[in-house]
Design a protein around this ligand. Structure first.
Ligand code: PLP
Length: 432
């Protein structure tokens, strides 16, 4: 018995499914989840001392690589000053400023602890600001485990093939209108059907929780145009893409050049550099509806936690243009190697891409994947053998076909070579 097997057996008696977040349980790929003991640069080390090249990167935060020395130094210094004060600190302003320097449409920001809190608050704020009840979300987009946003959500729900979550009341679910992704006509039609009742449209800046899906040309800009014309807010969820797909997130690759901005952004993951910090931000007129200035309540004992702020400041400070250039180049290199390994074994697939984020979808080369129905119709069964072959060769992939592959600036030539040499056997396993 491996140490991971022992730990998992024990954990299953202590925690539902032995985990604190569902996808970690390896439910859709089978086998024993690896329990991790440490991480450095591009590598993870499990409880049995095995080393893996990490393509999960903590589901996004580890943009600089694990345990980046500057981030660790900042965190150690913050820890020495105390863990939590329940009062404001200078670093909260530093992190706020770093975000605003990159995303000028963020005129005010509120730090929270998780991406779920950020989207939950953004929805409440949109309702409080507009005085309207309904919210539009897209099938396959995941915005955390907010009750009203769990309908047809991606990520763990896609992995577990759940249409939504038990425990969400019908009354709550009925206030969310779920539409197919990449379909502006459907958005127009729903606005026409519910005049004056829709508070907001929430969308992932680029979906990465049904696998990666590219927003069609003009899709996000179209959402901006339609929401504005109908007096509704646009919430751009950049929890996953923010400060990862580029200096100013996915908006920086699209809205910034196309000349539009959402009313609200949500951020998470990279903004906290691996510690629990997330945020929502946007137009001052909207954000100032939050307490203590406005009537929309939101608060948090650990919001703006000083150790998390220090990690966020250090991470954004070191996430230079060079970091993004490296991650972009590695992403192209890896997806090309993946594609040619699969081609060599005759495995039909498409590489799904949005900026430096990508994933693979099997049996989809003809039409590609542009929405949740197409994501779910793929030959998902090919992923488990592919995943386990990679794992056996020392490469740690996301344990679900519906998740993006994450790279970091620490993925050097040696790490890339390890991945490349693991791909042929994995492609053969996927072909079987
Ligand atoms: N929004 C998006 C786009 C996400 O990918 C996630 C998490 O993966 C969330 C929100 C929720 O963030 P958290 O897991 O920090 O609650």
């Amino acid at each position: 018995m491996t140490h991971s097997e022992e730990l998992f057996a024990r954990a299953q008696k202590l925690m539902p499914g032995g985990v604190n977040s569902p996808v970690r349980a390896f439910g859709s790929v089978g086998g024993t989840p690896r329990f991790m003991a440490g991480a450095k640069g591009a590598y993870l080390y499990d409880a049995d001392g095995q080393e893996y090249v990490d393509l999960v990167c903590s589901w996004g935060p580890a943009l600089l690589g694990h345990a980046h020395p500057a981030v660790l130094d900042a965190v150690h210094a913050a820890v020495d000053r105390g863990l939590s004060f329940g009062a404001s600190t200078e670093d909260e302003g530093r992190l706020a400023q770093l975000v605003m320097d990159r995303v000028p449409a963020v005129e005010r920001i509120r730090m929270v602890s998780t991406g779920t809190e950020a989207t939950m608050t953004a929805i409440r704020l949109a309702r409080g600001f507009t005085g309207r009840e309904l919210v539009i979300k897209f099938a396959g987009c995941y915005h955390g485990h907010v009750d009203s946003l769990l309908a047809a959500a991606g990520s763990g729900l896609a992995t577990l093939a759940l249409p939504g979550s038990a425990g969400v009341t019908e009354a709550t679910a009925s206030q969310t209108l779920v539409l197919p992704y990449n379909d502006l006509a459907a958005v127009e039609a729903v606005f026409a059907a519910h005049p004056g009742r829709i508070a907001a449209v929430i969308t992932e800046a680029a979906p990465a929780n049904m696998g990666v899906v590219t927003p069609g040309e003009g899709f996000n800009a179209g959402l901006r145009r339609i929401t504005e014309a109908n007096g509704a807010l646009l919430i751009l969820d950049e929890v996953l893409t923010g400060f990862r797909t580029g200096w100013a997130g996915y908006w920086g690759l699209t809205g910034a050049t196309e000349g539009w901005a959402p009313d609200l952004f949500t951020f998470g993951k990279v903004i906290g550099g691996g510690l629990p910090t997330a945020a929502l931000g946007g137009r001052a007129e909207v954000m100032d509806h939050l307490a203590p200035l406005g009537p929309v309540y939101q608060a948090g004992t650990l919001s703006g936690n000083p150790v998390a702020m220090a990690a966020g400041v250090a991470t954004l400070t070191h996430a230079t243009a060079d970091v993004y250039a490296t991650v972009d180049a590695r992403s192209l290199e890896l997806s090309a190697a993946l594609s040619s390994a699969l081609d060599a074994e005759g495995v039909d697939h498409s590489i799904q891409r949005a900026g430096n984020l990508f994933s693979v979808a099997f049996g989809t080369s003809e039409a590609g994947v542009h929405n949740y129905d197409q994501a779910q119709a793929q030959e998902a069964h090919r992923y488990a053998p592919f995943f386990h072959s990679m794992l056996d060769s020392g490469v740690y992939l996301p344990p679900s076909v519906f998740e993006a592959w994450f790279l970091s600036a620490a993925h050097d030539d040696a790490a890339m070579e390890r991945i490349a040499s693991a791909l042929p056997a994995a492609a053969k396993a996927a072909a079987a």
